[in-house]
Each structure stands twice: as C-alpha cells, then as structure tokens.
Write a protein that binds this ligand. Sequence first.
Ligand code: B12
Length: 235
Amino acid sequence: MTPRKIRVLVGKPGLDGHDRGAKVVAAALRDAGMEVIYTGLHQTPEQVVEAAVQEDVDVVALSILSGAHMTLFPDVLELMKQRGASDRLLTGGGIIPAEDMETLKQMGVGRLFGPGSSTQEIVHYIRDWFGATHGQESLAPLPPARMAEPMTFEPEVTPRRVESRSPRRSAVKVASRRARPARPRRKPARPRRKPAAARSSRPGARTASRRPKKARTVARRVKARKTARRAKRAR
Ligand code: B12
C-alpha cells in the first residue's frame, strides 16, 4: 500500500465555546502532515458524524470542555456504528476526569487527552493507531519540523528600573512600563517675557498692568461715570 495522508475530522459538539484547544490540536495535526477538517463550534453529534462520513475521515477527534463528554462521546460512537464507521478511530480531549476517560475507553472510545497534553503525543498516538490499522507502509513520513517564526514585534511591556524616592522603601524597585516609541525631543523653551513693571518706567504702571485688560476698561468707565455725576451735582 502506498503511503497516504491521515484524514482527521476535529469536531466541537454541543454548546461548548472553548475552541482554543481544538484549533491548537488541529494546527499540530496539520503540521504533522495530516489532512484536517475542523467542524467549527456548536455541532450536533449527527452533524459531526455526517461530516465524518461525507469526508471519509480515518479519525473523528472531539474537543469537549463543557462537561458533557459522557453524553456526547457515546452519542457520536453510536452514530458512527449506525453509519458503518466503527472501524474509524474516535478520540479527543478536553476537561475529562480520569475515571470518565476509563469508562469511555471501556465503551470503545480511543485515548483522551486532558489539559497540558503535548500535541506531539497526540500526533504520535494517531500515527501509531493508523500504522497499526492500515500497516506501517501506508504511513507517510513526518514532514520536517517547522521552524519557529522569529519574533519581529516589540514586547508590549518592558521592565524598567525605578529609583524609589522614599528612604523607607527599598532603594530600587522594578516597575513595568508600556514600550512606546521614543518621543521627539522638545524644542528648548523660549525665554520668558519680562514683567510689565520691569518693562515700563511709568510710575504706577505696575498696579495697572497687573490688572487684566477687561478689568482696567471697566474701572476706567466707572471712574468716568463718577466724575460726570459729581460735575452734574456741582451744577
Ligand atoms: C480560556 C478559557 C475560557 C475562554 C475560552 C476561549 C476560547 N476561545 O477557547 C472563555 C473566557 C471564553 C471561557 C468561557 C467559559 N468557561 Co472556560 N476556561 C478557559 C481555561 C482557563 C483555559 C482553556 C484553554 O483554552 N486552554 C488552552 C488549550 C490549548 O488547552 P485545552 O483546551 O485544554 O486543550 C488541550 C487538551 O484539553 C487537549 N484537547 C482539547 N481539545 C482536544 C481535541 C482533540 C481532538 C484532542 C486529541 C485533544 C484535545 O489537548 C489540548 C492541548 O494540550 C479553562 C481552564 C483550564 N485550565 O483548562 C477554563 C474552563 C474550561 N472554563 C470553564 C467554564 C465553566 C467556562 C464558562 C462556562 C464560564 C462561565 N460561567 O461563563 C464559560 C463557557 C463559555 C462557552 N461558551 O462555552 C471550566 C469548565 C468546567 C468543566 N467543564 O467542568 C474550566 C475548566 C475552568 C474551571 N476550572 O472551572 N473559558
């Protein structure tokens, strides 16, 4: 038999919205040379099994973090039997207690993986099952490991050493600061204007010039009105 790609359906059955694990596992299986179909969120067991039959996959891999694994795995397993797909592997992972993993295994479900499982372990488990079921000659070699992309972005938070001003606190503490591009240097400030009193040689200019312009105009008008009233009375 000629080697061929392993076909995997990654399914998210039920109301579970945790899709990070499913996407991480799907990406790891794809990087290991498998053909991966991801169903997306909120699928019924019927939809998952229908997609598996239509796509003729070797492996049905479910991700369940909602706690509904004891209903969803047996439902999918039963539907796979009904659709003549019981020779395919049903595996998966998520938040599944060890005793539930054991019970599901007794029912015919494959190995299940909990939080923190290595994706390489998952890849090897599926490859081992495929090799054992279809013969080692049907197993395509693993593609070369993908090199990690070099980091091209600036870290958002950079440590900064801050001198503490308080003698009671430790002399130096480490604070974090958002990394910002360096600000352009400010222009040197213009020399401040001399106060009006210093500029003017007129006596009394100091008090007058200190008042705001509007106040000065009002004061002048009041004075003029008073003088006019006095002149009227004198007449
Ligand atoms: C991130 C997170 C969220 C995010 C989800 C973001 C997203 N898009 O995925 C948000 C904030 C949305 C969220 C919401 C909720 N969450 Co939440 N969440 C988590 C948290 C902290 C981490 C999950 C995660 O992404 N891990 C990282 C991935 C890479 O790991 P993983 O999914 O576990 O996948 C690994 C394995 O499980 C396994 N695996 C998983 N899937 C598959 C599939 C296959 C095919 C295979 C082979 C292996 C495999 O391999 C993966 C690699 O190691 C967990 C706690 C925890 N430590 O697990 C709680 C947790 C899953 N959440 C929980 C809960 C209760 C909720 C909410 C109901 C809270 C609420 N009351 O609103 C909601 C439900 C939202 C919904 N619509 O379903 C509970 C679930 C309890 C349970 N089932 O018994 C947990 C366990 C927290 C807790 N300790 O109580 N959550």
